[in-house]
Structures are given as structure tokens and as C-alpha cells.
Design a protein around this ligand. Sequence first.
Ligand code: FES
Ligand code: FES
Length: 216
Amino acid sequence: MTEFDPSRRRILKATAVAAGGTVTAVSHVPQADAAPTKQAPQQASPASVSILLRVNGTDHEMMIDPRMTLLDTLRERLHLTGSKKGCDQGQCGACTVIVDGRRITSCLTLAVMQQGHDITTIEGLGTPANLHPMQAAFIKHDGYQCGFCTPGQICSAVAMLDEVKAGIPSHVTDDLTQRPGMTVVEFRERMSGNICRCGAYSNIQDAIAEVAGVKA
Ligand code: FES
Ligand code: FES
């Protein structure tokens, strides 16, 4: 029976020998039998770019990955988390913001493309102490349940009423030579890109109708 030597030098020596043995064994495997190795294609990360975004009346200068969407930039970089990421594919409307008075789905546009434009998010429409009329109407008519779609619904509704006032027709406008009417039929068609999983549609409709000054 050999005497146990717990010295550090001896343990290191034993470890080194074991490792060397392993390496030797592997190196004896014929190359033809070795499994082919696949290398994942390397994706070059594009350099960050400097951008200037005007959001809710404030200029924000920052360095971003040019592939960042406006939605991610608003939420992750500016911490304006009112705009929600539902589908990230332009299908649900939860990310709707207003750019130069027109509503867009911020998940489908790059932040670099929105330089020089006026971006308004739900945070810029009103404050708890000074609500936008559409925000107040949503509260009054209980136009939400979980609230996830609500910022997008409100931004969309505000810009939508401006579209009707400006005379822009929709698929349900009967006479394209006339200005579209302020009707619930027009509102429903124009808000169809904003999905509410809670099904608060009838109350949302009442809120919009009240702001538009028409009977729901
Ligand atoms: Fe943009 Fe759904 S998250 S449309
Ligand atoms: Fe819940 Fe619309 S209120 S999704």
C-alpha cells in the first residue's frame, strides 16, 4: 500500500498525466473516422450608428444597431414602454404610434428610418393629470380589460379621427368623390388593425364615438 501524499505538486502531476493520456488517445483516432464538424455561418454585426429621434417633443440622440425597430428603440432604449409588443409582425396593432400625424405599427419600421419625423407615443398624448380626450373617453366607457392593447388603440383612434376629418376614404366609404362621414361603420373599419384579445370592442367604439361627437 503506497503512502498517500496530498501535496499540491503531486496532485498537479497526476492531473497533467491524465490529461496527456486523454489527448494522446484522441489523437490516435484516424482522421477519416472523425465526424465532420460544421461551423455556423458567422454573422457580422453591423456597426452602431448615431441617430436623432424626436419623440413626444424631445430630441434623443443615441447610438443604436441599425437593425433595431422603432418599437424596440422606444421600449428598450428610451424606456417608453407604453407601446406594446404583441405579435412583432404588424398584425395586432399593439405597437401603434403616431408619426407626423399618421399611425404606424412601430414593429415594422426601423428607428433609423424615422429620423426627422415627429413621433408621438401614448406617453406623449396626455398625462394622468391632463388626459387626452381619447384617454378620458376610454376610461369613462371602460374601453379595456387587461389594457395591453389600449395604448395602441388610443393612438390609432386619435390618428384615425384625423384621417376621417382630412377626407381620406376607407374600404367602406360609399362615395369616393365625397368626404367620408363620421360614422361608426367608418370607425370600425379603420380600427380593424387594432386587435383586442379581451374583446372590449363595443366599449372602445363608444369611447371613439363620444370623442367624434356621434352616436355609437
Ligand atoms: Fe406591432 Fe403587433 S406588435 S403590430
Ligand atoms: Fe386586453 Fe384589449 S383590453 S387586449
